[in-house]
Design a protein around this ligand. Structure first.
Ligand code: 3PG
Length: 208
């Protein structure tokens, strides 16, 4: 099993999903696949997140990871539920070590150069820049990337379709993440067609 995040994701768009009910997992996975998504992050922010992850991982066609992983225990549960990668909003050395032991790639969040230095010291070379938009967007990303040319970034947080191309054009960006393709509103309304359409628009912008 590959532990290289780029090959595990297999795509430059990472839909971030916060799913309230496990029954939504199948139609959601289908809409994402039909929209051209290759990967998705299921956040551990809802009581049914583990079941959602299991169902989506079993659906096929998507590489599913776990997001909002805050503790080593959550990382273990996520991987047991089928997560192929683990995302955290911040950097925690124990979460990183646990993922390494479990053999899954981990994408910790950083917001400053100091946090990035800590992540590098733990052997990380790809980080989630979070929350990217409020931190300063592409100009902030450029400033952080300059002293760390070996680092790849996955900016996430406050990003929408109109900013995707600008982030993806930056050579330090591996992929862009966000919830705009499948929001709480889409899921409440059962608007899977809207999810498919927004996903398709995003994936189109990610293909050269
Ligand atoms: C995340 O967990 O990565 C973020 O909450 C996603 O940010 P967004 O909802 O602003 O896209």
């Amino acid at each position: 099993m590959s532990t290289d995040l780029a090959s595990v994701l297999g795509a430059r768009i990472l839909p971030v999903l916060t799913v309230p009910c496990a029954r939504m997992a199948d139609p959601l996975a289908q809409a994402l696949v039909q929209g051209g998504a290759r990967c998705a992050e299921v956040t551990f922010r809802t009581p049914e997140a583990e079941q959602v992850l299991k169902t989506m991982a079993a659906h096929g066609g998507l590489t599913v990871g776990a997001g909002t992983v805050l503790t080593p225990q959550q990382a273990e549960r996520a991987v047991a539920a089928g997560a192929r990668f683990v995302v955290s909003p911040g950097f925690d050395a124990e979460v990183v070590a646990t993922c390494r032991t479990l053999g899954v790639p981990v994408l910790p969040g950083i917001a400053t150069a100091t946090e990035l230095l800590r992540a590098l010291r733990a052997g990380i070379d790809t980080v989630k820049l979070f929350p990217a938009a409020v931190l300063g967007g592409v100009p902030l990303l450029s400033s952080l990337a300059a002293p760390f040319p070996q680092v790849r970034f996955v900016p996430t947080g406050g990003i929408g379709l109109s900013q995707v191309s600008a982030y993806l054009a930056h050579p330090a960006v591996l992929a862009v993440g966000g919830s705009w393709m499948a929001t709480a509103g889409h899921l409440e309304r059962g608007d899977y067609e809207g999810i498919r359409r927004l996903t398709a628009e995003a994936t189109e912008r990610s293909t050269p």
